[in-house]
Ligand binder design. Structure first.
Ligand SMILES: [Fe+2]
Length: 200
């Protein structure tokens, strides 16, 4: 299939604490990942798997970078989708799930902040299909660190490109802005669509 970048330009000029320049630059990077994903998938259709080589080889290099471009595309889509000027409060069922998994909403926020400090990449809030609970995980690059059987509820981009224009190295200030702009309605809808845990 051909992957297409979704149009998130309507976010520009609407979010609190994220400038037009910052968002425009970030959306440009997102489009770059989509283009690279299409390029990699196209080249993989032509590349010779029998030439694979662990040290170096066209097929091997494409395979090694395939998940980078894929997650670079779809984690950004999740990120921009969970931002909104409207913001909104989390639903009761989401608050209950957070309380049951983290103890309190404040503990989730503290966890997200601590996780953000712990990675140069992504922080994801997920619901695990293994235990049915919510978890946070930190990722490196775009493709390293996500355990299996997770449904992603919230994507928090902690790459420097997400905030350097507005905040320099003040990542904590960016986190505040991010949390001010989370569309909890989107997060709740993702939660509602997760695969329920079934006890064995
Ligand atoms: Fe990003």
């Amino acid at each position: 299939m051909v992957h297409e970048a979704k149009d998130f330009s309507a976010l520009i000029g609407t979010l609190k604490g994220l400038s037009d320049k910052q968002l425009s630059a970030h959306l440009g990077l997102y489009k770059g990942y989509v283009a690279k994903l299409n390029e990699i998938e196209g080249r993989l259709r032509e590349a010779d798997p029998t030439s694979a080589n662990y040290s170096f080889g066209e097929f091997s290099e494409l395979k090694r970078r395939e998940a980078v471009a894929f997650n670079g595309t779809y984690l950004h889509q999740l990120y921009f989708e969970n931002l909104s000027a409207a913001g909104g409060l989390p639903s009761e069922r989401l608050q209950e799930a957070v309380k049951s998994s983290f103890g309190s909403w404040d503990r989730l926020v503290a966890d997200l902040k601590g996780s953000a400090v712990s990675t140069p990449g992504w922080v994801l809030l997920t619901r695990s299909r293994i235990d049915g609970r919510l978890h946070t995980y930190v990722m490196y690059e775009h493709h390293v660190g996500l355990p299996a059987f997770q449904d992603i509820l919230l994507a928090l981009d902690c790459w420097e490109h997400a905030f350097m224009i507005d905040y320099g190295t003040a990542k904590a200030d960016y986190l505040k802005a991010f949390l001010d702009n989370v569309d909890w309605g989107v997060v709740d809808a993702r939660y509602g669509a997760t695969v329920p845990h079934t006890a064995s």
